[in-house]
Design a protein around this ligand. Structure first.
Ligand code: NI
Length: 177
């Protein structure tokens, strides 16, 4: 079931999310299915539970080819619960980000280039990965949502923040983000 996505300004996007403790609860599987339905309906590359008003440490991400980020390499479809992030070097990289909760806009955001992340999948099995570049960026963006952080707060140069149809007129006009 597609759920409404909260937009910037909604105080529910500013909360610290609670850890998931009950992996056997069928409501968790239903929530994850709804998150994928919602993300796919708007061609998102990731979605965090707080974006649909659920204050849990749960994010999903991944795609093969995405119209909103045509140059991005594929990222495996992942359900990441109770995540912990550790940068693998101090090196950061600037890249353009959008957010389904900040429709129509993009900003240039610095992120760790090399990232280790850990967490659980939907069954409570451990996930542990070292990633880089866009994959690392997506994870950092989604996990920020669990701490009430939206990407505009991370933009260093506010001249590099604007409307996606102005910045990237070549992107599909029918995308609502
Ligand atoms: Ni977002």
């Amino acid at each position: 079931m597609i759920r409404p996505i909260l937009k910037m300004g909604d105080p529910r996007l500013l909360r610290h999310a609670e850890p998931v403790t009950d992996f056997a609860n069928p409501a968790l599987a239903e929530l994850i299915a709804d998150m994928f339905d919602t993300m796919h309906a708007v061609e998102g590359v990731g979605l965090a539970a707080p974006q649909i008003g659920v204050n849990l440490q749960l994010v999903i991400f991944g795609f093969g080819k995405n119209a909103r980020y045509p140059d991005a390499p594929a990222v495996p479809e992942t359900i990441l619960i109770n995540p912990q992030l550790t940068p693998l070097s101090q090196e950061t990289e600037d890249g353009w980000e959008g957010c389904l909760s900040v429709p129509g806009l993009r900003g240039l955001v610095p992120r760790w280039k090399l990232l280790h992340y850990e967490g659980m999948d939907q069954f409570g099995n451990r996930i542990s990965r070292d990633v880089e570049d866009f994959h690392a960026r997506v994870v950092q963006h989604e996990v920020d949502h669990l701490e009430g952080i939206l990407y505009p707060i991370r933009i260093k140069d506010m001249t590099q923040f604007g409307y996606v149809d102005v910045l990237f007129p070549e992107l599909e006009a029918d995308s609502d983000e």
